[in-house]
Design a protein. Sequence first.
Length: 549
Amino acid sequence: MKKRILLLLLLVSTSTLQAQNLVTDLRPGMDGSEPVLDNAFQRGNDLFFLANPDGLGNRLYKSDGTSSNTVLLEGGSNLMLSMILGIMNDEIYYIAGDFLGGESFKLYKTNGTPGAGTLVSDFHQGTDFFITYPMTIIMNDVLYFIGNDGVTGFELWRTDGTGAGTYLVKDINPGIESCLLLTNGKQYFTQLNGFIYFGAAEPVNGAELWKSDGTEAGTTMVANIDPTVPSIPNMGSNPAFFCTYNNEVYFSAYRTVDGRELWKTDGTANGTVLVKDIAAGDGAPSGLIVHNGMLYFSAYHPNDNYTLYKSNGTTAGTTVVKAPAAGGPTTNSDAKFHIFKGKLFFDATSNDGFYRIWYSDGSAAGTASLPSSPAVFTDYPSSLLATTNYLYFLSGDSNNPGVYRTTEVPNQMARLTDVSFTANVFQPIFLVNNCLVVRGDNGTTGDELYTVCNQNTDPLAIDEKPLLDLEVFPNPFSETISIHIDTEELLTDNIYLTGLDGKVMNCSYVIKDPSTLEISGLEQLSSGLYFLTVQLQNKQVYQIKLTKK
């Protein structure tokens, strides 16, 4: 059975350690090819991304961070790409068509070799770029996505990589109208017990909670959370920010009587309930993430501002971590959290009004901001990326622009790029072959792909690797270890625990839910250090150090 895991990254500053390097100037001159990193996917040491080399349209490229290995895979005067849908079974799926020639966009895939792209399905995606971010999820070797065949509008589709296996799952909003909700695309789906969960609109009930097992008959509305008659099409409870936690699906949803608040479902109508009415009007929870056995998110604190919350799934157990009025963080209403060194890291406003990197261990006392150095930021630190040793981020501050690095220790912030370089703060960053890959401009190239390399200045530190969004707890452990995983393929037959002598321990695992795996039978182990090894489907191997009590 396969599981999924999310790869993340982050950055730091004090003085410039290593200037940026242009990977290749795909579009010479000041315009830049504008590589689309928020629609990029990484497979091992290859980054797949879209870029526009001539101003006519996007093509598909692959890069390992070097000029010689940054190559065009697909696209040209008669084939432009609208988006990459994702990677499944080592193949990259994308939507492309002859936009200038009026040809509809279709589904393709490639193994990553130049010119190896093949047509999967001649379904009509349309030439309308209504969806700007891929809304996809992979379950049981099937890629689910929001597609448009020109007849049914934007609806739920599926593909197994073959033409016969690519089809509309269900026309939820019949006819040319779409079931698509205008919610956060990066948390549009989650899965639980063989079903994917998402929000969808139809004319009778409006936008409500749905689930699907990949069949038309098995695609049904779970619950009509807001039973009031929709005042306009595609309105209703508009579920968003889906996250699986403790064998239930958590999400943000709106109801006329109490606004947008935190909800959960076990997949049944009766089991779909309000967790807590956090604030009068809208609590507006967002950025849901599981950490150390708790659910964390951003929500509005009454008479205050948006800040960090945590929940164990009960009304009483859903509480603010540290309110802004008490010196806590003011988060973005669409916050994103990152796990680094056993804590949550995020960007937020401090009580002095400046933007900083914040961290939390889940307690009020353990929630604070890292000092800014050499100067405070007047613009949000953004695009955080966590690695083995460092947290990286971007700054758009006009006085302190560029790529930064920090640790969890105060006063260890360093700028990694020189003052001529402006990183695009709206695009994420990646770690490829021990180098950061960033979209930016040195003042002469326009927005192109750059690398920032050789960041590990400590010869005793272990190799720099991207961290998994992989929670292993408790640590230290006694009888069991829980592993919480999110997206990316994890091979469960390549999870094992070893001692310092390299001997593999005799233990077993149980799939608790689609996001949590439990290793048991550890009570017989002696106290000391152990290493948990996990392998992704892309063949990357990661090792986590654990302590037995």
